[in-house]
Design a protein around this ligand. Structure first.
Ligand code: HEM
Ligand SMILES: [Ca+2]
Ligand SMILES: [Ca+2]
Length: 305
């Protein structure tokens, strides 16, 4: 029921307003693009793409979804708020926060030199926000089987798992997520053997044992601001920063998918990484959406009406 150009009559400038706000923020801080892409994923994977992750009021309510451990470090909320402000001035009560977020993620991919894709819109905002809703999110240390099962529960395939994980072609991770991978892998005190031996010392010096876990390093070594297939090459050669990405090459089924995009003939005859990624984003953007008269269109993205 989502449709491309859902706002073309009700708010013709909706998409251009969002993209100009995203572009403006990115001019002073390019890392906001990765943050917005991640924010849309965290919205969709919990309760569907319904803007639930944006709820911050009533202030002080400790049980909001946003305060979940799995959502720690999410950024970009001010971008969504700014876009919403401008949209309310032009077309009050029309454009949902869930759509603003999905559009901002789409623009973030494009502004990182990734593919542009037509995004079906018409999502409505949800009216639920509970901290426990984020309990079951995919996590870095989970096995490929568990990650696949969690994606499958949202209607996403093993292909989608590989393609969407490749969103890590932009952005950074906190050392926090590497601690056990470097110093207590599998509870055995050492490091993950899948880390390339020439990469290990680099990671160890960026994230020393007992050091500041908030220090950040690229998810895609050498290419953290550009949306490209480098992340897949890094995954293949043991240069993935986080365990869930590295594991995509340890499991035979997902390894075959990674390899298929790195085949020298892939740019000529497919599969095509950029367009397949875009298709996966559209699929992710359909998870659990509310449409029609379901839910609401928030006036303020951080509060229910
Ligand atoms: C298998 C599921 C996934 C796991 C376990 C995972 C895990 C992580 C972790 C641990 C970080 C670092 C967070 C931080 O330190 O702030 C991260 C960052 C990021 N994730 Fe994922 N992720 C997954 C799927 C996805 C998907 C599906 C997308 C988007 C389509 C995505 C987009 C991003 C982006 C863009 C960043 C960088 C954020 C920034 O630089 O601010 N991730 N992810
Ligand atoms: Ca949500
Ligand atoms: Ca990259």
């Amino acid at each position: 029921q989502l449709q491309v150009g859902f706002y073309s009559n009700s708010c013709p400038n909706a998409e251009s307003i969002v993209s100009s706000v995203v572009r403006e923020f990115a001019q002073s801080d390019v890392t906001i693009l990765a943050a917005l892409l991640r924010l849309h994923y965290h919205d969709c994977i919990v309760q569907g793409c319904d803007g639930s992750v944006l709820i911050q009021q009533p202030a002080g309510a400790g049980n909001l979804e946003k305060s979940a451990q799995n959502h720690a470090g999410l950024r970009g909320f001010e971008v969504i708020d700014r876009a919403k402000e401008q949209l309310e001035a032009q077309c009050p009560g029309v454009v949902s926060c869930a759509d603003i977020l999905a559009l901002a993620a789409r623009d973030s991919v494009f502004l990182s030199r990734g593919p542009f894709y037509e995004l079906p819109t018409g999502r409505r905002d949800g009216r639920v926000s509970n901290v426990s809703d984020a309990d079951n999110m995919p996590e870095v240390h989970e096995s490929i089987d568990v990650l696949k099962a969690k994606f499958a529960a949202k209607g996403l395939s093993g292909n989608d798992l590989v393609l969407l994980s490749a969103a890590h072609t932009i952005g950074t991770t906190a050392c926090f997520f590497l601690e056990s991978r470097l110093y207590n892998f599998g509870g055995r005190g050492g490091s993950d053997p899948s880390i390339n031996p020439s990469f290990l010392p680099e990671l160890e010096s960026q994230c020393p044992q007992g050091g500041d876990v908030n220090v950040r390093l690229p998810l895609d070594r050498g290419s953290e601001t550009v949306f490209d297939a480098q992340i897949l090459r890094n995954i293949r050669s043991g240069f993935a920063a986080i365990e869930s990405d590295a594991q995509l090459y340890a499991d035979p089924s997902t390894r075959a998918i990674v390899d298929s995009y790195l085949d020298p003939l892939s740019p000529l005859f497919g599969p095509f990484f950029r367009s397949d990624f875009a298709d996966s984003m559209v699929r992710m953007g359909r998870i659990g959406v509310r449409t029609g008269v379901d839910g609401e269109v928030r006036r303020n993205c951080s509060a229910f009406n």
